[in-house]
Design a protein around this ligand. Sequence first.
Ligand SMILES: [Mg+2]
Length: 241
Amino acid sequence: MFDMIAFDADDTLWHNEKNYHEAKKQFAQILSKYQDTEYARRRLEEFEVHNIDIYGYGIKMFTLSMVESAIDLSDGKIKAREIQKIIDISKEMLTNEVELFEHAVETLAILAPRFDLMLITKGDHFEQERKIVRSAISGYFRDIEIVTEKSQEHYQALMAKYNIHPNRFLMVGNSLRSDIQPVIAIGGRAVYIPNEYTWFHENLPKEEVDPTAYVELEHIAQLPNLIDQLMKDESTSIMQP
Ligand SMILES: [Mg+2]
């Protein structure tokens, strides 16, 4: 039995990374008079990784990374009006409507009457809070946690805060690095639902995660049946001598 079923939000319940994908294309286009577009994208990603520790996750960090890499890629020649175009890309991202995944709402509506649900999302508090409000799904969750990082220690702290045994905790998400690996490492259960777009930083080589320790689904709509199956398997194994 599960005491808590937790969901990641970005690219698990709503689209996120495809907005970044589109923004990076526009960024590379602005920089194309200075640099090859593929190289511009790679350099931007290097700045992003470096800047996580300084600014944390989210669009504001991404904006500063675009500005910084534009200066670098143009060898200081980037024009003020081009910087403004870069800032406009990120403003549009920040004010975009939240686009929920197909079947996300139906799945939450099936599970919410039966289980306590939690939303665990990582990133900039202001930004994530706005997406939660705009998504209009907060009513399905008993608890909502916006965290700065999703490490083993962060999950352990959440288990302690809500008094949950990891064995009775199930995490659903699209990131092996943030939603799956740290949860199974503390003895929790995890369901991996890969998404077409996942930020390179959230990827882990699949061989680094024990494939028998989590379940992979193609689509969130398959989740209620899977949970029924997991609970059935559990009760059969308890009944065995
Ligand atoms: Mg995610």
